[in-house]
Design a protein around this ligand. Structure first.
Ligand SMILES: C[S@@+](CC[C@H](N)C(=O)[O-])C[C@H]1O[C@@H](n2cnc3c(N)ncnc32)[C@H](O)[C@@H]1O
Length: 372
């Protein structure tokens, strides 16, 4: 299977969606660590960086990362946090590494135009296959708060070796880009089974639109039972193919950020750049049409049931349940407020305190009392 040289043509809509998620996450991630006075150094890794721009001069991941860093310049200079950017680009089998040369040129041009970067940023350029480089850089990834992008044109990086190593790291957030629909086509071949073994019946049974969800669930089954690593999918449709981002992190702060970015991009499902469950049709149908529930409605009904069965009774428990189900606090707050208004649930404060800040930063744990 040959990979397309995406940089000889303009990025398509799906690629832009992916890059925007990457940069939105960098935007949210950078200040988290820059604001912590004990964090002196943070690292960002782009293992498949490309040349910096596409054929229409639209910026790719490395330039977008630099721009996001620029938006936090004031805080970075004030806190004196050092930022190390590791950019790798490699064209296998090519003697002349044109994209790598362009990558260096384009980043240098950016730095020349932003002279303040020299006070805090260093860039380590690499021109080698990401497979080997990944293992070599693991000690650095493990030592510092790290954000890792694996924007491959394929599936290799979801194989067990990589997942096992990533699972062991502490302060790491990663975003993988995976060509998930390749599994639908080639999933039974030896090459793909080596990466991720998916049963042929499962592949055939699963609807095409769900292929990235299936891939993500398969990766989850290979994590240790008691892992703190949390994975979330974002499916991206590009023409006839379905690709997807696998987001992974151990902290709830990271999960909160990713889910909020994902739901901002798609208010219907928070996990795709298309209407993956046909929720817009479900929303239009009335009860008389045999209405089926949208993703948000289903979550809210399940949450209400759990609350009324007293399966959880604190803001922390509800928040964790919300994240685990891939939702944002707003969806749960609507349920809590409705139940309070109906006199079925009580909490003493004005708000249900259902935010990451209240639960994890301010440690404001409150109880919800359910009426019998
Ligand atoms: C999907 S593109 C990444 C695009 C990039 N993130 C951007 O925004 O432009 C994949 C890139 O990885 C490079 N590549 C292919 N095989 C590689 C390997 N084994 N190691 C590192 N880079 C590789 C390709 O040349 C290509 O530029």
């Amino acid at each position: 299977m040959s990979s397309k040289n995406i940089h000889k043509e303009p990025f398509d809509k799906g690629t832009i969606s992916k890059l925007e998620i990457f940069e939105d996450y960098a935007q949210a991630w950078i200040p988290t660590f820059v604001m912590q006075s004990h964090v002196k150094e943070i690292h960002i890794f782009d293992f498949f960086a490309g040349p910096g721009f596409d054929a229409a001069n639209i910026p790719g991941s490395p330039i977008r990362i630099l721009r996001k860093i620029n938006q936090h310049l004031g805080h970075i200079l004030a806190s004196k946090t050092k930022i190390v950017l590791h950019l790798n680009e490699y064209e296998p089998l090519k003697k002349k590494q044109r994209k790598f040369d362009l990558l260096k040129e384009n980043c240098q041009h950016f730095l020349d135009n932003n002279p303040k970067f020299k006070y805090f940023l260093s860039i380590n350029y690499h021109n080698e296959s990401a497979d080997a480089l990944f293992f070599r850089l693991l000690p650095i990834i493990d030592k510092y708060p790290s954000l890792v992008y694996l924007d491959q044109n394929g599936v290799k990086f979801i194989s067990q070796d990589y997942i096992t190593r990533l699972e062991k790291l502490k302060t790491l957030d990663f975003l993988y880009f995976v060509s998930s629909s390749f599994f639908k086509r080639y999933g039974t071949t030896e090459e793909f089974r080596k990466v991720l073994e998916i049963d042929i019946c499962e592949l055939e049974k699963e609807e095409y639109r769900n292929i990235h969800r299936l891939v993500l669930n398969k990766i989850k089954t290979r994590l240790p039972q008691k892992t703190d690593l949390k994975l979330f999918p974002f499916s991206i449709k590009k023409n006839a193919n379905i690709y997807g981002i696998v987001f992974g992190a151990k902290s709830y702060a990271a999960v909160d950020k990713f889910l909020s970015i994902a739901w901002k991009r798609n208010h219907l499902n928070g996990e795709a750049n298309f209407d993956i469950d046909e929720d817009s049709i479900k929303k239009q149908n009335s009860l008389f049409d045999g209405k089926s529930m949208t993703k948000i409605e289903k979550f809210q009904i399940d949450l209400e049931k759990k609350l009324r069965e007293k399966k959880m009774n604190t803001n922390k428990a509800v928040l964790l349940y919300t994240y685990e189900n891939g939702h944002i606090p707003k969806h749960a707050v609507e349920v809590l407020k409705k139940l309070k208004k109906e006199g079925k649930l009580h909490y003493e404060s004005k708000s249900p305190y259902l935010t990451y800040e209240n639960v994890f930063r301010r440690n404001k744990i409150i109880e919800y009392k359910i009426e019998n």
